[in-house]
Ligand binder design. Structure first.
Ligand SMILES: NC(=O)c1ccc[n+]([C@@H]2O[C@H](COP(=O)([O-])OP(=O)(O)OC[C@H]3O[C@@H](n4cnc5c(N)ncnc54)[C@H](OP(=O)(O)O)[C@@H]3O)[C@@H](O)[C@H]2O)c1
Length: 267
């Protein structure tokens, strides 16, 4: 089938591709004709997802540089190319005021959310993209654009990822396009503590009246990955149901109230 997105015959790596947004990104990339390599820490999830999508997968943490090299080698071995990299895996820990942030947990947030995307792009660049071109999409967050209660480490690391996106876009042009998507609140495990209690109230606070679904974000990622976006690099695409423009909306914004009153389980 000829894809309207021009991904037939292309190959993609999606980190954190077994659940939530990453799983749906991998599925939609495969539907658009791409062969996909998914990663996550849970080996059984990786095996199942790779089989379901007719692709390949490797279990491991993106925090491990050796794993990222192995993922690159696997994708090249399996597909002979790496046209698309989607840096989707992330951590939203440590949660809480920054004055209480544990330095190791803070460092892990930056390792997973910022350093790993850079390392994977370096691997893909050296192995394929420097010579043949490609498209990178980093999954950031709408929350990186403003200050929020208790999510300082996450927001700061994602703001760094936004800048990394622009920096790489400048450095890798014209061969490789580098863009990001910034989701608002999406119905996944990572954000369950925000959307599940009182979903109707949270949804009412959003201009478009509902929380996001992984498919909303995946469509944007696939479009940015494709030739339909061939003149776009260094861009951040908000996929947030209008979260950023909520100030003009009568419902206000319940997400921050939710975060403020959330008591995380003690480790
Ligand atoms: N959900 C939202 O409301 C929201 C909003 C804004 C931005 N985002 C961003 O969207 C992306 C996806 O989030 P999600 O909500 O879809 O999360 P999710 O449902 O919790 O899924 C996360 C995926 O990443 C994998 N993963 C987590 N840590 C990993 C690591 N260190 N190494 C490799 N894989 C790892 C998980 O599998 P394993 O646990 O097996 O490793 C899983 O496949 C993240 O970048 C997140 O920051 C989400």
């Amino acid at each position: 089938m000829t894809s309207p997105y021009g991904l037939d015959g292309k190959a993609a790596v999606v980190t954190g591709g077994t659940r939530g947004i990453g799983r749906e990104v991998a599925r939609q990339l495969a539907d658009a004709g791409a062969r996909v390599c998914v990663t996550a820490r849970d080996a059984a999830d990786v095996r199942r997802t790779a089989a379901e999508l007719g692709g390949v997968g490797l279990a491991g943490s993106v925090a491990d540089p050796a794993h990222l090299s192995e993922v690159t080698e696997l994708a090249l071995r399996a597909f002979g190319r790496i046209d698309v990299v989607v840096n989707n895996a992330a951590t939203n820990q440590p949660y809480g005021p920054l004055m209480d942030a544990d330095p190791d947990a803070w460092r892990t947030a930056f390792t997973v959310n910022v350093e790993a995307p850079l390392r994977l792009v370096q691997c893909a660049w050296r192995a394929w993209m420097r010579e043949h071109g490609g498209s990178v999409i980093n999954v950031c967050t709408e929350g990186a654009g403003h200050v929020g209660p208790h999510v300082g480490a996450y927001g700061t690391s994602k703001a760094a990822l936004l800048h990394l996106t622009r920096q790489l876009a400048g450095e890798l042009a014209p061969r490789v396009r580098v863009n990001s998507v910034s989701p608002g609140l999406v119905r996944t495990e990572m954000a369950r503590f925000v959307w599940e209690p009182g979903e109707a109230e949270v949804a009412a606070g959003l201009p478009l009246g509902r929380i996001g679904e992984p498919a909303d974000v995946a469509r944007a990622v696939v479009w940015l990955a494709s030739d339909a976006a061939e003149w776009i690099t260094g861009a951040d695409l908000l996929v947030d149901g209008g979260t950023r423009v909520r100030a003009a909306h009568p419902g206000g914004y319940a997400v921050h109230d939710r975060l403020r009153s959330y008591a995380p389980p003690q480790p």
